[in-house]
Design a protein around this ligand. Structure first.
Ligand code: 2HG
Ligand code: ZN
Length: 473
């Protein structure tokens, strides 16, 4: 990989220190190691420096400065990403928004809040809850992920079946474009039919068009006493049938799944089986159940699904605490397997295509990886599957990556035939960049490049992420 910022010198950093402050421009080895990577752990971090601006003005000045000197910048949130979009491994300057973490405004009539990009997801969720409201974009990394990063990847998570993605909750964005302009996009409006909505270009842009500095987020009413059911399911087709049955009758707020091998990893970390029967797969459904009013319906559905042979056993939460414990069986999987350096797939198809895709990919993986441990879990109610392949202990990382990469091509070709996407919610970053053409054709990628040129003509914004832009940077 070509190293970026070859012309940068000690003077370059002194220039940054002059307007960002000496303590907020760091070039020590520890800071570089921490801020140069995300949760992928695939790329050795190697930034030139880390800068931590404290205001919108400082971010704008920084982008002007970077344009004048052609310095490559990597915008950085909580670095919980799984595709390498926030990785700085080629001498880039990491721009961490972590000091810009305040909630700036709240309006109960609009039911919205405005925060700086570095606000932690959980802080926003708690702020909303304390005001009787709810920010429904939610996932396991809520305690460290930041709103700006969530927007830059259009994060999904565990409540998408009911509430949609991050995109659906952003009513306003302030950004500094790669040219250094400040854009104040949509300003919290619900309706705004005045031409192209540039806000949506920044949602999912993975730091390649500019730096998100502030966001206005919609809030909603909290869930009413949600209950959680975990169901033991003999096969993946059964999960889809159960989903169709439950969807019509319960107010579902989540519909997730995981396999028995995936469950075993969280059990090893101290969690308990939800019931005695072991089944190849498990579905987790969350539904509103105020004063237990939906319990009878849920139990009747359970009986009906059992009669059809779609499920073999199940458990339903009787308290908030039990609901939390059942959730952990699904939410803790990713962290529980991280020590095995998994090769991650985060694929999506239309919900109706899930069974056909599963059959095809399931067969392919069984044939190609008989010696690897393959784990299935994810947000099946959105058509989003996370397939993780664990590295055998004795295998070299490079050999493992090569074998997984070879199968990826065939996996993504199958996905393409089913009209799917190579990334449902983790983004493209570096890990999925070689495969972008399976989801976007060349003409479309040409339009993406053209958009990039408009916002970032010198190619200073997160160069080499999503696609190669063919720009100077
Ligand atoms: C999840 O749904 C996260 O748990 C992580 O998106 C998925 O580990 C993964 O592949
Ligand atoms: Zn996920």
């Amino acid at each position: 990989m070509t190293r970026l910022n070859p012309g940068a010198t000690a003077d370059t950093l002194d220039g940054l220190r002059a307007f960002i402050g000496p303590d907020h421009v760091r070039a020590d080895a520890e800071s570089k190691a921490i801020y140069g990577r995300d949760w992928t752990r695939l790329y050795p971090p190697d930034p030139l420096a880390v800068v931590l601006p404290g205001s919108v003005e400082q971010v704008q000045r920084l982008v002007h400065y970077a344009n004048e000197r052609r310095l490559a910048l990597v915008p950085s949130g909580g670095r919980t990403g799984l595709s390498g979009a926030a990785v700085a491994c080629r001498g880039e300057i990491v721009v961490s928004l972590e000091r810009m973490n305040r909630i700036l405004d709240f309006d109960p009539v609009d039911r919205s809040l405005t925060c700086q990009a570095g606000a932690i997801t959980e802080t926003v969720q708690t702020f909303a809850r304390e005001r009787g409201l709810y920010y429904p974009v939610d996932f396991a990394s809520r305690g460290s992920s930041q709103i700006g990063g969530n927007i830059a990847t259009n994060a999904g998570g565990i409540k998408v079946v009911r509430y949609g993605l991050t995109r659906d909750w952003v009513t306003g964005l302030k950004v500094i474009t790669g040219r250094g302009d400040l854009l104040d996009l949509n300003r919290g409006l619900i309706k705004n039919a005045s031409g192209y909505d540039l806000r949506h270009l920044f949602v999912g842009s993975e730091g390649t068009l500019g730096i998100i500095v502030e966001a206005t987020l919609k809030l909603t009413r909290p869930l009413r006493e949600p209950s959680v059911m975990v169901l033991g399911v003999p096969d993946l087709n059964g999960i889809m049938a159960i989903y169709a049955a439950l969807r019509g009758k319960l107010d579902l707020s989540a519909f997730e799944f995981f396999s028995e091998p995936a469950l075993r990893h969280v059990l090893k970390k101290g969690l308990h089986r939800p019931f005695d029967t072991e089944t190849p797969y498990y579905a987790l459904a969350e539904f509103e159940n105020p004063a237990g009013q939906a319990t009878d319906e849920a139990l009747a559905l359970f009986e009906g699904c059992a009669e059809q042979g779609w499920l073999a056993d199940g458990a339903i939460s009787q308290s908030e605490q039990q609901a939390k414990e059942l959730w952990r069986l699904r939410e803790d999987i990713s962290e529980s397997i991280s020590e095995h350096q998994p090769y991650k797939n985060d694929i999506a198809v239309r919900i109706s295509r899930v069974p056909a895709l599963l059959e095809e990919i399931g067969g392919l993986l069984e044939r190609e990886y008989p010696d690897f441990e393959v784990l299935w879990y994810g947000h099946i109610g959105d058509g989003n599957l996370h397939i993780n392949i664990l590295k055998p202990k004795e295998m070299e990382t490079a050999t493992f990556a090569e074998r997984c990469g070879a199968v990826s091509e065939r996996l993504f070709a199958a996905l393409q035939r089913h009209g799917g996407s190579i990334s449902a919610e983790h983004g493209v970053g570096l890990t999925k960049k070689p495969y972008l053409h399976y989801t976007r054709d060349d003409t479309e990628i040409g339009y993406l490049r053209a958009i990039k040129r408009v916002f970032d003509p010198n190619g200073i914004m997160n160069p080499g992420k999503i696609f190669d832009a063919g720009l100077p940077g």
